[in-house]
Design a protein around this ligand. Structure first.
Ligand code: HXC
Length: 257
């Protein structure tokens, strides 16, 4: 599919998906989300790609869902559009997703960053769930993922006041992994993607799956799930190779099997 709202590039074992609606601070309209999900599902099946970076530009990761597109919608229009089904598909992407954010990371933009597995921020990044200011509330996971990331009290404050927080606050609150100067945020994400791309892919896949399991199960169920994935890796060539290479004091050569 030729894309009008995103740019997709591949290099060094990872891919970069860049939102490309700079005039509206990368507001996430339906078309952009359709293209994003399509690209992610293709990259998820691409053996050359072992991690995926989602990014915007220096001014905005994304300033939220496109307000103009939904302003006149009725509840039934929203139901029929079923836009959140696309977000569920992003949640099912098996490869690690890294958000490289700078500038406005608001509403659906903040929710999209939180749907990723790792968030690298420039020191100019501003995070917020401002939906309350336009008469609604977060709808793409904000109340759930933000609460899990920063806890009840800070999530309540952000969701109920709509105020933005700085990158420095976000890193202190546990919402992002790392804050770097603006000129390095994408470079930092690329270095991380390259590092993850150098790891055994099946182990990366099962490890991501197990960490995400912690969000929707009991500790008992999660530990059982982890154990099964751990055992499963002993069926991989990469486990044999990784442990053999360790004892032979050499670098492992991964097959991805
Ligand atoms: C549509 C948007 C937009 C958005 C910005 N623009 N955010 N268009 N939807 N979410 C457009 C503006 O209309 C304007 O277009 C251009 O981008 C530049 O924005 P300005 O407002 O002129 O820039 P600035 O004064 O710097 O203010 C930046 C801002 C402000 C603070 C980020 O734009 C803002 O408050 N945006 C809305 C943020 C928001 O409420 N997000 C949550 C959306 S609801 P023109 O044509 O005038 O130049 C949501 C629900 C998620 O995300 C549900 C799941 C999908």
């Amino acid at each position: 599919m030729p894309y009008a709202n995103i740019l997709v590039t591949k290099q060094d074992g990872y891919a970069i998906v860049q939102f490309n609606r700079p005039d509206v601070l990368n507001a996430l309209n339906i078309k952009l989300m359709e293209e994003l999900v399509d690209a992610l599902e293709i990259l998820d099946k691409d053996d050359e790609v072992r991690a995926i970076i989602l990014t915007g530009n220096e001014k905005a990761f994304a300033a939220g869902a496109d307000i103009k597109e939904m302003a006149d919608a009725t509840a039934i229009d929203m139901l029929i559009r079923d836009q959140f089904a696309r977000w569920d598909r992003i949640r099912k992407i098996k490869k690690p997703l890294i958000a490289a954010v700078s500038g406005f990371t608001l509403g659906g933009g903040c929710e999209l960053a939180m749907t990723c597995d790792i968030i690298i921020a420039s020191e100019t990044a501003k995070f917020g769930q401002p939906e309350i200011n336009i008469g609604v509330m977060p709808g793409a996971g904000g109340t759930q993922r933000l609460t899990r990331a920063v806890g009840k009290y800070k999530a309540m404050e952000m969701v109920l006041t709509g105020k933005m927080i700085s990158a420095e606050e976000a890193v202190r609150w546990g919402l992002v992994n790392k804050v770097v100067p603006i000129e390095y945020f994408l470079e930092e994400a690329k270095a991380l993607a390259k590092e993850i791309a150098s790891k055994p892919p099946v182990a990366v896949r099962l490890a991501k799956e197990a960490v995400l399991k912690a969000f929707d199960t009991t500790i008992e169920g999660g530990l059982e799930f982890e154990r099964r994935n751990f055992y499963l890796l002993f069926a991989s060539d990469d486990q044999k190779e990784g442990m053999k290479a360790f004892t032979e004091k050499r670098k492992a050569e991964w097959k991805g099997k």
